[in-house]
Design a binder for this molecule. Structure first.
Ligand code: DOR
Ligand code: ZN
Length: 417
């Protein structure tokens, strides 16, 4: 058979490990079998081969704030983290909310992205979905201010927007915090910030969306376990920071994020739900800010923390330690996001895209922000253990080879099934 190449290793396929081989041709998996007859093989021995991750929530800051991150730096960071694909949020300068702005961003991505990509446009009011739906992969609504200050002008429009979304067949990610429910911002600490932008304000916003009885919404970065309960059976995501960090950690402004980090008790309960496969999607909400931008008094510091490179490695390490079932992780970072966007990936099976990441489970490392490849050069997970991939393939292209970048801007817009 005329394959381009065959890889061997411990392959995660159909919910189990198979000591076997994957044959690839034209970027597509042709066979997954214990043995394939072929001369040109890449043998990964005992290493595990997992589907590459798909991060449906990143802020790569280009255009507009390229000193914080660019499409190039963010996407290089993504592939070092075992991801094949990211979907970029619209709170740029200018915001991604016009045909021109979308096309500008897509042309930067086409030239500079190392990973496959999709784009969101932001909805500021009625009529936007109709106008922009053919140009974007999905939409974003902010119900409360965050970086970029692009809040939905009139929340009364939500009903009409949900009808426009249903017609367009595109979905909309919601930043679900209700600013009218914010408390006083008394204490300028992470705990004070959590009291200010509380679980209650997240709940009010989620209930607003649930009252629309629409399947067109996806709730971003749910931070409180009680609110995850409200969303049973719905589309929503959690972040690594809400699963692994709490407001008592000595992070100061470097832990300031919207929605805020919560108590250790809430973090633990949210993690329990994740482990029990009650949370459909894991997304980094990679929101980089420079060290200088963050190193200011608490109330002046921008919100947001980086995570695109550390998400998969942190959780592969937790899976290795049997703290998170590998199946749950693959559902949340590969299979479910692929389904959400109609991407022909997320699984290592015949006729899927040949996008996978290779991990040596005996090579755990300590995260050091300055060794990561994004521009922010710090990580809230400094000192945490993680297993980074040694090799990554995107559609058959060997983009990370033995720990180093081995491709050049080969990212493509997400390919639909
Ligand atoms: O903390 C946050 N930072 N939350 C958001 O919703 C936006 C993000 C950013 O872009 O910095
Ligand atoms: Zn975000």
């Amino acid at each position: 058979m005329g394959y381009d190449f065959v890889v061997s290793g411990r392959i995660w396929s159909k919910g189990n490990f198979l000591d076997g081989e994957i044959a690839v041709k034209d970027g597509i998996i042709q066979e997954v079998k214990p043995h394939i007859n072929f001369i040109h093989k890449i043998d990964f021995g005992n290493k595990v081969i997992l589907p590459a991750g798909i991060d449906m929530h990143v802020h790569f800051r280009e255009p507009g704030m390229t000193y914080k991150e660019t499409i190039e730096s963010g996407s290089i960071s993504a592939i070092y983290g075992g991801l094949s694909t990211y979907v970029d949020m619209p709170n740029n300068v200018p915001p991604t909310s016009s045909i021109d702005a979308i096309q500008d961003k897509l042309s930067i991505m086409e030239k500079h992205s190392y990973a496959d990509y999709g784009v969101y446009a932001f909805i500021g009011g009625k009529g936007v979905v109709k106008k922009l739906s053919v140009y974007v992969d999905a939409f974003k609504i902010y119900l409360a201010p965050s970086t970029g200050n692009i809040v939905l002008n009139n929340p009364e429009d939500l009903k009409e927007i949900s009808i426009e979304l249903a017609d367009s067949k595109k979905f909309c990610v919601v930043h679900a915090e209700d600013s009218a429910s914010f408390g006083p911002f008394k204490e300028h600490t992470l705990e004070g910030y959590s009291a200010y932008r509380s679980c209650q304000s997240e709940k009010v916003a989620i209930e607003k969306i649930l009252s629309l009885y629409s399947d067109s919404f996806h709730i971003a970065h749910v931070s409180c376990p009680s609110n995850a309960d409200l969303l049973k059976g719905k589309s929503f995501e959690v972040t690594p920071h809400h699963l692994l960090l709490n407001y008592n950690m000595p992070l100061g402004t470097f832990g300031k994020v919207n929605p805020p980090l919560r108590s250790e008790h809430d973090r633990d309960l949210l993690m329990e739900k994740f482990v029990n496969n009650e949370i459909p999607i894991l997304a980094s909400d990679h929101a980089p800010h420079s060290l200088e931008d963050k190193d200011v008094p608490f109330d002046k510091a921008p919100s947001g923390i980086p995570g695109v490179e550390t998400t998969y490695p942190l959780f592969v390490n937790l899976a290795k330690k049997s703290k998170v079932p590998l199946e749950v992780l693959i559902n949340a970072l590969c299979i479910n996001p692929a389904r959400k966007f109609g991407i022909n990936g997320g699984l290592i099976e015949k006729s899927k895209e040949a996008s996978f990441a290779v991990f040596d489970l005996h090579q755990a490392k300590t995260i050091k922000g300055k060794h990561l490849h994004g521009k922010s050069e710090w990580s809230p997970f400094e000192g945490f253990e993680a297993i980074f991939p040694t090799d990554v393939f995107i559609r058959g292209i060997h983009v990370i080879k033995n720990g180093f970048v081995n491709a050049n801007h080969s990212g493509k817009r997400i390919s639909k099934i």
